[in-house]
Design a protein around this ligand. Sequence first.
Ligand code: PEP
Ligand code: MG
Length: 581
Amino acid sequence: MSKRIKKGIIASPGIRIGKALVFHGDEVKIPKYHIDENRLDDELERFDEAVTKTKNEILEIQEKIVSDNFSDLAEIFSTHLMALEDPIFVERARKKIKSEKRNAEWIVNDISIDLINTLSKIEDEYLKERIIDISDINKRLIGNLQKKKKMNLSDVNENSIIFASDLTPSETALLNRQFVLAFVTDRGGKTSHTAIMARSMDIPAIVGMDDITSYVKTGDYVIVDAVHGEILINPSEDEIEEYQRYQKDINDAENELAKLTNLPAQTIDNTEIFIYGNIEIPEEMETIRSHGAHGIGLFRSEFLFLDKTLPNEESQLCQYKKVIDFFKPYPVTIRTLDFGGDKLHEYMKSHREMNPFLGCRSIRFSLKNTDVFKTQLRAILRASAYGQVKIMYPMISTVEELLQAKEITYEMMRELDLSGTPYDKNIEIGIMIEVPSAVIAGDILAEHVDFFSVGTNDLVQYVLAVDRVNEKVADLYNPLDISVLRHLRTISDIASAHSRPISICGEIAGEPKFTMMLLGLGFRQLSMSSKYMYQVKRIIRSVTIEECESLSRALLQMKRTADIERAVVENMQQKFPDIII
Ligand code: PEP
Ligand code: MG
C-alpha cells in the first residue's frame, strides 16, 4: 500500500520516480556509552587528538580568511581557538571523562549545553554572542571525535531522490545533476535560493513539507509529483505506470514548446519583449541560450563565492569572461555580491545574525568589506573589455549606498586607467529595486543609474514583512497582494518618467500566470530561469498590450488579494487552459 503524504510547496515542477536518499547534512548525533576502566586512557587520547585536529582546522580557516582579505572575520576564529585552550572546556572534559567514565562526545556535549545555559542567563550581549561560538566548537569537536566523513551531495553516484530537512543554496549548487533526480525538504519557501537553484538546474523539487524526512527512509521507492506537490512512498505498480505516462506527456508538451526557441517574443500588436536569463553558475548558460534568451539579465555572482575560498580577481575574471564570450553579442548583467539572508559564505556561518535578511546583507556587506568588493569590481570591469557587460548593485535601500558603491567603482576605473588596463568606459551601472524605500525614492535613485531591475523575491518579502524562506508563513508571501502591485506600478511609472530601462528579474518574471499582468504594468524586459521561458514566450506571442493593460488596470482596482488571485487565475484558465498554474 502506498502512502500519500500531505502537500508541500512546489519549488521546481516535474515528476520523478526513484529511490530515496535521506541526507542529514550538518545534524550532529551524539553517541552515549560508558567506558571500561582499562579503556579510559584510549578515550582521553581520542579526545586530545580531536582537540588538536579541531585547532588545526580552525587555524587553517583563519589563514585562508586573512589571505582572502577577510581579516575582520578572522577574529571570530581566534575566540574559537581560545575556547579550545581554555581549562574550563578542555580540562573539565578530561576530568569528567575519567571520573564519570562516559564517552568523550557525551561529555563534550554536556559541557557545551551547560556553558550555553549559563551564558544565556547573563545580561551581556557580548557573552550571549559566545553561545554561537560554543555551539560551533561543539559541532566541530564532535565531528572530529567521530572521524565521520561528512556525506557530500556531489558524491551521490546512483540515481537518487534526496530528502533533507533543509538544503543550503551552496549544497544545492553542488548537487550532482547526473544522479540527483529530485529533492524534497522539510523547510523552505518558493523563493528561497534553494528553490531558485532547483528551477535553474531543472531538478524537480518540493520544499516546506514540514516533517517529510520522518516518513521516508533511505532506499524507499518514491514518486515525486512536483506538479501537485505530493510524494508517494512505495507506490503500487499501477501508480508507477500512471506516473510514467504523465511524465511522458509532460516531456512531449515541452518538446512541442521548444519550437518557439528562435521565434521573437513579440505581442500580437508588435511590441517587442526582451527575454533574458537568470544564472547562478556559468554551467547554466547553455540551457539559457538554448531556450532562446537574449543575454543574461541577472548573474547571481555570489554563487561563485559560496564555497570555502574566495576567488581572486583572475579567477573571477575567467568565470565572467566565460559567460560574456558565450552570450556575445548579447548583454550580461553581473550583479555584485549578494551575500547574506539565506546565502551564507562559509565564514559567515559561524557569525550568524539575529535577522539575516535585515542585517549585513548584500550591498551592505560589500560596502563594509571593501577589499572583497573592489576585487570583484576590478574583475567585472576588466571583463567588460570582452563584450557587453552591465554592473548591477543589489538591495540598494538609500541613495547614499548607491553613491558610495559608485564612488568605489569609479576608484577602480581610475586604477585600471593608470595601469592602462582595458575596460568598457561606458559600462552601464544599474540597481536592483528590492526594498520599498527604493521604490518610494525611485525618482531620486533614477538620477544616478542607467537602469533598474526589480527583484520581486525580496520586494514581496520586504513589502509584506514575510520571510521568503520560512514555510510557516509561506501562505502570506503573495506577489499578488495589492500593495505589491502598487509598488510595481509606481516603479514602472518612475522608470518611464525618467526614461530608465526597467526589467523584472524576480521569480514572477518567469511564471506564466504573471506575464500578462507584468506587460500590463509596463514591463518590457523579463529575466528568468529557463524553466518556463517557452511558456512565457508563448503567452507574449498570443496577447495584445491593450488586453494586458486592461487586466492590470482591473487588478489595481481590487481591494482583496483573493479577488486579484481569482481574476488572474480565471483569465489564465480562459486564455491558456492547458497551462498548469
Ligand atoms: C530578487 O530578490 O527578486 C532577486 C532576483 O534576487 P535574489 O532572489 O537573488 O535575492
Ligand atoms: Mg534579491
